[in-house]
Design a protein around this ligand. Sequence first.
Ligand code: C2E
Ligand code: CA
Ligand code: CA
Length: 631
Amino acid sequence: MDIATNPQHSRKATLLTAGIALLVAFVLLMAYQFVSGRRQLLEELHTEASIIGANSSAALVFNDEKAAREILSAIEMTPRILNAALYRADGTLLVSQGDVRGVFPRHISAYDPTTAYGTGWERFLSKTISQEVIQDGTPVGTLLLHVTNRSLYRHMIEYAVGVILIGALALLITSHFTAGLRKRMAHTEGQLHQMALYDRVTGLPNRRFFEHELESAVGRVKREGKCGALLFIDVDDFKKVNDLCGHQAGDEVLQMIAERLRHSIRSADMIARVGGDEFAAILYGVGGPENAAKVAAHMISAMREPFPTEPIPSHVGLSIGLAMMPNDGEDPDTLLRWSDMAMYVAKSHGKNRYQFFSEDINRKVRSELELEGGLRKALQDRNDELWVAYQPQLSAKTRELVGVEALMRWTMANGTIVSPGEFIPVAEKSGLIVDLGQWLLNRICTDLAEMRAQGLDIPKVAVNVSPRELTRGNIVVEQIRQTIEQHGEREERFQFELTESTLMNESGSQVLNALRQAGFTLAIDDFGSGYSSLGYLKRFDVSTLKIDRQFIQHLPADTENAAIVTAVIQMSKALGIAVIAEGVETEAQADFLASSGCDYLQGFLLSRPVSTRDLIAYATARTESALPVGA
Ligand code: C2E
Ligand code: CA
Ligand code: CA
């Protein structure tokens, strides 16, 4: 991932450009210094020459050699003038001064400035200035001065050294500051990099990084002909940790989980946090599924030790879905989807376990998703695909209609009937059950009103409630009450059917008490198929118990079941709880149940679940047949 550029490279580039810029500035500065220094020097020398010339005009006019020598001797005070010579107007030398060494000829016409003073350094460093001496407007002679440029060059060298020193110092200072700046920039860059690719809480790679890694993993596995694995890891019940111990502790637990997970894999493998309580791992070269399974099992057992939190230690489990590379898929999206599905199956099989992806899972999940989509649509459209069937509940003794059980039905647009056994679990998993329950209650109320308008007043309706509907707490009870009130129905008419496991559930039991207090009655559904404890029937003030169909099925021949059913009926009587037998299909079953003291019967023998129209017809037929002959 090319998120940061090469800092070494950019540093070199900036240094080079700064160096070139400095060099150009230096050269320009030196050239300017040289030109202006030289001009100033020449101006000064010309001024000096004209002064000496003016002073020596009298000596020239009078051909006074002594006076001329005296004047020229003054140049000894000026170190940059090396020699001087004064020529008469006819060009002959009057006098010369300094270490002449034959630099000045006897006659000025023999003077050639291009060859004077030899060649090379000497000439480079010196110069001859010629000044005509004028007296009253008439030239009276010429003054030649041999001067040195040394001072200019010395000045230039000093200047250059000064500039270089200052430049170096400036460079040093700026590089010191830019180094600090660069360090800070690199640090910030690093932080940005960290934030973009790593999770803040656990320090593990984040989803973005993980997806990138997965993409290259797929390629690598294929190229090297090895076997890899993708693990999708979901922390079970992590919400509990947050709710119980707070978010701060939740974060700490996540860190510890991350740490334990990191220790479960090899350093070449990768583990990432891809969601709130979701992690994912890529295992390279695992050899085969057995080894991937070992890693998954190791991860699960690594969570066994509780996490130290306040007020109580936290226990968490893991649900892990596995997909194998390249066998299960060759692109990251597919692999992620498969491992996610497998995780979902692991969770639905009771959590804290791992599950490999399989084609079966794919088919199952796909059809569940389709079902969920269809159900959602049916709920939204209110197009009568969903309706309620009512199954009569009759008195075992008199066969009078005492109530009905409401059972949901879904007839799809294409005519397919989906059984509640199929769509209720999907609705529960997806959370649709909440809306569905709300819809159901409304529909029951309108059905009751419609049947009443047609002369059938149903004394009692049993409504099935999923545990999932109760997790929202007392809001549910309030909603139920409001719906029923809106329709002008009475609470006593409604009986809620719950399974034993719902009673055992903490949040479920609270809602049950609230339901009871609101005036509804409760029935235990499928009794005998679960915990079968009569103790809490009393605790929750349950009014009715429904014996599960599996105990009724083989009555009365199956003596064992007959004994169980009789015992349950007797105990319920002792507790003041009414008993309904479900799934009554034969007269023999009905007879046995009636003679054993069972209160009510429900089953295909008496009626299948039917539409409101059929229910009215059924009830009418029963009352008519019950009427005394001739009436
Ligand atoms: P359940 O509550 O135990 O409902 C009784 C089931 O047994 C019904 O199946 C009913 O049609 C069937 N049944 C009744 N008499 C007989 C019989 O004599 N023989 C046989 N073999 N079966 C009989 P159904 O309607 O398919 O419902 C299946 C399950 O779906 C229900 O079991 C209940 O758990 C759930 N369910 C149905 N409607 C709803 C609903 O509105 N809400 C919720 N939460 N669950 C529902
Ligand atoms: Ca039921
Ligand atoms: Ca049942």
